[in-house]
Design a protein around this ligand. Structure first.
Ligand SMILES: [Zn+2]
Length: 650
């Protein structure tokens, strides 16, 4: 049984609740434990089938208070829906062609194409936790009916049987082109048709997707969803979008904004996506631009506010024009000690500072100004903790953004930004040694995931278990860390089951300095591979920005000390360092670091904590590698380096 199918994008999986009563004979029913309303409950599980085929999901459908709960993501996606989870607003969005259904956690209200409806019996959508993932439960009959599915219950087989919406009445003779196949090869896709098709393509954002409509084309594929899982395209959905006229629609769900080429051939359409490197550059620039939009929303329009001099709008426009004619002189330089970076302007400036990661960058917006010096449009630096400076001018906003990109191994959390009337200083700081700490031996708790009756993920070829690989890893790590002078404690050193809450408690009770949980990933796709480090996002963010206007040198020093005495668990920095160390050492695919606000072991720990997914048991190559001493030693060595690297930064 796999319990660690941690999706790269979806923090939470989702499940739905069908509101029909089900009776069962208790003795032949399989029960499992879930956390519902903060309490552990053992409830019966059932099966779900779509068109007679079992819907695969790591979340078993369950019966709770005579209602059946189904995993909505698996069910909705198998019906060709796009499912999105927004961790900021706690909203689940189901999308199929023209229909958009929005659910909100702890709310019985549901929005269907903008219209507010109430869920049956006023039952709110709710998060239920199974093992280490939370899921949303809502009354499913409503959703399934909205999606046009038929729902039946087979009591004998304890199975919920779903049928797709009635198939479109297809007038074959009217269409002269047939969509026959979709073939994915290494960043390009061939949409194969019976004759050369006419098409329209458009890029849609939020989330990014490319929509290609084939005119006068009949859809003749058995499947509607194709999991791709490449760096650029996560999946491809296709359907008979319209029947009058006949339009087949192919939607490419993109991992990120990406450039593409599209062209017709006599037997179809060829779509190719930009290479990963180019895509990274594009998405970085895109992100830096996008942040501006977010700022506009939260703070309004800077350029027309905060003047405080009672001038009317026309006068402001005039002064803005003047700023263009007489651009701002800016000088950026690193000091000799290389601990500060100074941006000084010829006039007073109004600035906003934004911290960006992946890669680590600090963006400084200068409001109402265009800088004169062209060299900062794209300047590479060496021998400094800043490796590059870029600037953009946003004409509509009349502001300049200057982006400092940090050198390798430098994190935003090591920097302070001091803002004064006509200058901004980047200051590289090291937190002072805490009382009683620093000299003592650091204690590291290693947590091998799963154990005992809980095997975790299981290899498809060799049936190797996640629990055994994890235990092997922590036993390998222990002597290596001890050799470096660390005190090491294991949450388990044998094949036993340890309660999820007991694991962080062990670390908290001994006042450990670091907590590392070791797990192995698995998914339905055998293609997925690589390493990801999960961390708990701190809600209490320490401000890295100090406004020093009008302060004396002494006051500035005090403000810096006060800022540095604020503490965080530094989970993210630990995750960043560990992810890099693991990927550099192994050459494995980097799936990046992932915020996981609900994972008990990394949430309940009082010290910096991470959960490392060191590979995929479902990937044939990694299943093999994770059973070789050579690869496991590489991983262990990388973890030791990650631990050392982290403490060096503190
Ligand atoms: Zn696991």
């Amino acid at each position: 049984m796999t319990r660690c199918k941690l999706s790269f994008i979806f923090v939470l999986l989702t499940a739905i609740m069908i509101s029909f009563g089900i009776s069962y004979a208790a003795e032949d029913v399989e029960m499992k434990t879930f956390i519902i309303d903060e309490k552990e409950k053992r409830v019966p599980i059932v099966n779900v089938e779509l068109e007679g085929k079992k819907v695969k999901s790591d979340v078993p459908p369950i019966i709770l208070n005579d209602r059946t709960l189904l995993p909505v993501r698996a069910v909705a996606e198998s019906m060709g829906c796009n499912v999105r989870w927004n961790p900021d607003t706690y909203e689940v969005t189901l999308e199929k062609e023209y229909k958009v259904i929005k659910l909100k956690i702890d709310s019985a209200k549901v929005e269907v194409n903008g219209e507010i409806k109430t869920l049956p019996d006023n039952v709110p959508a709710k998060i239920v936790t199974y093992e280490d993932a939370g899921r949303t439960m809502v009354p499913a009959r409503f959703i399934l009916e909205e999606l046009g599915a038929q729902v039946d219950w087979d009591a004998g087989r304890r199975t919920v049987m779903l049928k797709k919406p009635k198939s479109y009445f297809v007038k074959e003779q009217e269409a002269c082109v047939t969509l026959e196949d979709i073939i994915w090869t290494n960043n390009s896709i061939k949409i194969k048709t019976s004759a050369e098709p006419k098409f329209n393509d458009k890029m849609i954002s939020g989330p990014d997707r490319l929509v290609v409509d084939l005119e006068n084309t009949r859809f003749d594929l058995l499947y509607e969803t194709l999991e791709v899982g490449s760096d650029s395209v996560s999946k491809i959905r296709a359907s008979q979008f319209e029947t009058e006229p006949m339009v087949s629609r192919v939607v490419f769900d993109l991992e990120d904004y990406v450039d593409y080429d599209i062209s017709t051939e006599e037997d179809g359409i060829l779509v190719s996506f930009a290479s990963e490197d180019k895509q990274d550059e594009i998405s970085q620039a895109q992100e830096e631009m996008d942040i501006l939009e977010a700022y506009k929303k939260s703070y309004g329009d800077f350029s027309s506010s905060d003047d405080g001099d009672g001038e009317n709008e026309n006068a402001q426009t005039d002064s803005k024009e003047e700023a263009h004619d007489n651009p701002l002189g800016v000088e950026i330089e690193g000091t000799q000690s290389d601990q500060t970076f100074l941006l000084s302007a010829t006039n007073d400036i109004k600035t906003n500072v934004i911290f960006l990661d992946s890669p680590e960058r600090i963006a400084i917006d200068i409001v109402g100004a265009k800088i004169a010096d062209k060299q900062y449009e794209d300047k590479q630096l060496s021998g400094s903790y800043v490796k590059g400076i870029r600037s953009y001018y946003y004409k509509d906003e009349d502001r300049t953004r200057i982006v400092f990109t940090m050198a390798e191994g430098i994190y935003n959390s090591e920097l302070l930004v001091l803002k004064d009337s006509s200058e901004v200083k980047l200051l590289k700081v090291k937190p002072p040694v805490k009382e009683g700490a620093g000299n003592g031996v650091k204690t590291i708790v290693l947590d091998a995931g799963h154990g005992g009756h809980d095997p975790g993920a299981t290899g498809m070829d060799t049936k190797v278990t996640e629990k055994s690989i994890a235990l092997d890893m922590v036993k390998r790590l222990r002597p290596m860390l001890q050799a470096e002078g660390y005190n090491v404690v294991l949450t388990r050193d044998s094949d036993e089951f340890i309660d999820l809450y007991r694991r962080p408690a062990i670390a908290n009770e001994i006042g450990a300095d670091l907590f590392i949980s070791v797990h192995v990933n698995a998914t339905d796709s055998r293609q997925a591979s690589g390493i990801e480090v999960l961390y708990y996002p701190e809600t209490k963010r320490v401000s890295r920005e100090i406004d020093v206007q009008g302060m004396s040198a002494e006051q500035v020093q005090k403000a810096i000390s006060a800022q540095q005495s604020q503490t965080t668990r530094n989970n993210k920095q630990l995750a960043q360092i560990m992810q890099k160390s693991l990927v550099d050492a192994t050459g494995a695919v980097s799936r990046g670091i992932v915020e996981r606000p609900r994972l008990v072991v990394i949430r309940e720990t009082a010290m910096p904590a991470i959960l490392a997914e060191i590979g995929f048991a479902s990937n044939p190559n990694e299943e093999r590698l994770l059973q070789t001493d050579e690869y496991k030693d590489k991983l262990a060595r990388a973890m030791v380096n990650g631990v050392k690297g982290y403490f060096e930064k503190q």
